[in-house]
Ligand binder design. Structure first.
Ligand code: FES
Length: 493
């Protein structure tokens, strides 16, 4: 019997994106049943699929898709979890063998009885039944091609990672190694409820509806008796032993995430180009900032007896919430931004403490939209766009992405290599760099550059980021090109 696989698992086995499979289903090239795909159907559609070249043992980093881990580097669960999973699969195998033996005996008995009836009364109908049974058994014995390779590959993956389905959203993700369920959900681009990440606040509690979990760290938060009876668990303190179904709270809008204050350490300050710094902050494991991609924060540092503050878009993905990155330009320092001035004056060093307050803003992905996306940005507007792109790639459910990055000075696309790497690695990802004399011209030129997109810009959700003149010109051009106002999200820097 064929195994039914979720879309995420099927995409993983084939090494393709979920939306590529969804397109094949829509185009009638692949049959699905209630959103699941039968392993035999996958094998029919991909007859050349082999375990050694399927990519099953390769891992593509969800945030960047930029590097591929080999099978040998794959993070395995602990021995205890592996043993539990193998024991579970051993039980399933033993059960399947017991059923098979029973059916084989049953078929033999039926065959004997039919043969006896045929000898006593050789009617055409009975002969036909006898032939059907004999042909079926002969075909089964000689049929080496019917081995369900996809199902076998799926069984291997079930040993090294667990699949989690979330209610009520229907989101799915995989738990690798011994990572906590919370971290696995974040890496997959989900926005679960959480706070301390350390077993103290209780904000990450969720109900395990199906499957087994295992504690991976001590926790102090006391679950009530009623919660324990309903199988509530702290996601930051448990990993998945088997595939799970969870009832879990997720943030859907910026209003679902409270303002927070964390103290992070400067991990590194480096130059992106002669006018732009990359500031890399690392927050403590027990006090991480919860945010949505595309949001901003206020950074503050005490330097030269002064409290220096500034507001910046986060340039990193919430799927890697401990590592926060920011792009800060000399133009901001020249415009009077205190924190940027301090940074360009050499007042921010590795190891310094930085106050991070936020998140703010509603320039966030519409995750429920099935439409392709266009990101239109100018100069430093790439910072929130980078966060959004990384998040969109982690979610892996958008059919096509275009990034159009305009610069008002030659070569101002300070992370062009990153954009080209995305375009090289991903189908349906287009990168369009362009230069323009000023912000307003950049806004118009960026929208004109989307004219070659397939599907067209009018069928996309468009995210615009840059200074006021850029956003205003790009928004007007987009509306003139037929993009409805409600499909344009904008951030002015
Ligand atoms: S995040 Fe605080 S207890 Fe899990």
């Amino acid at each position: 019997m064929s195994q039914l696989l979720t879309l995420s698992r099927a995409a993983q086995l084939l090494g393709v994106s979920r939306h590529a499979l969804q397109k094949q289903i829509r185009d009638g090239e692949l049959a699905s049943q209630d959103g699941m795909i039968a392993s035999k159907e996958l094998q029919r559609a991909y007859p050349d699929l082999r375990i050694e070249d399927s990519g099953v043992f390769e891992k593509v980093s969800p945030a960047s898709r930029g590097f591929v881990k080999s099978a040998r580097e794959r993070i395995l669960p602990t021995k205890e979890i592996l043993a539990q999973r193998l024991f579970g699969q051993g039980n399933e195998l033993a059960d399947a063998r017991r059923h098979l033996a029973h059916y084989r005996d049953l078929i033999e008995v039926l065959r004997e009885k039919v043969s006896t009836l045929v000898r006593e009364n050789p009617s055409a109908g009975l002969k036909d039944i006898e032939k059907t049974i004999n042909d079926g058994l002969a075909a089964l014995v000689g049929d080496h091609e019917s081995i369900d390779r996809v199902a076998a590959m799926n069984e291997v993956l079930r040993v090294v990672e667990a699949h989690v389905r979330v209610r009520p959203s229907g989101h799915e993700f995989f738990v690798e190694g011994s990572e906590s369920i919370l971290d696995a959900a974040l890496h997959a681009g989900l926005a679960p409820s959480y706070g301390c990440g350390n077993g103290n606040c209780g904000l990450c509690k969720a109900r395990v509806v199906e499957g087994e979990v295992r504690q991976v760290r001590d926790f102090d938060y006391p679950l009530s008796e009623a919660e324990r009876a309903q199988n509530y668990k702290l996601l930051c303190s448990h990993t998945a032993v088997t595939d799970l179904v969870l009832e879990m709270i997720e943030a859907e809008t910026p209003a679902d995430i409270p303002e927070q204050q964390v103290v992070a350490r400067v991990k590194n300050v480096s130059s992106l180009d002669e006018r732009t710094f990359l500031l890399h902050l690392e927050s403590p494991r027990t006090n991480r900032l919860r945010f949505l991609s595309g949001q901003r924060v206020t950074l503050g540092i005490y330097s030269n007896r002064a409290d220096c503050r500034g507001n910046y878009a986060i340039a990193s993905c919430p799927c890697d919430d401990r590592n926060l990155s920011f792009h800060i330009s000399r133009a901001q320092a020249e415009a009077g931004d205190e924190f940027a001035a301090c940074l360009f004056a050499g007042g921010v060093h590795a190891g310094d403490s930085v106050n991070v307050r936020g998140p703010f803003g509603d320039f966030v992905l519409d995750q429920k939209s099935p439409r392709p996306i266009a990101f239109v940005c100018c100069d430093l507007g790439f910072a929130p766009v980078k966060s959004l792109v990384e998040h969109a790639l982690a979610i892996d459910s958008f059919p096509a992405i275009t990034v159009c990055w305009a610069a008002t000075r030659p070569g101002g696309q300070y992370l062009a290599n990153q954009c080209r790497a995305w375009a090289d690695a991903l189908d349906d990802f287009r990168y369009v760099p362009l230069d323009a004399p000023d912000d307003a011209a950049a806004g118009r030129a960026a929208v004109a550059a989307l004219a070659d997109d397939v599907p067209g810009v009018a069928d996309r959700d468009v995210y615009v980021a840059g200074n006021e003149a850029f956003v205003s010109a790009a928004t007007a051009a987009l509306q003139a090109a037929g993009v409805p106002k409600e499909r344009i999200a904008a951030m002015e820097l």
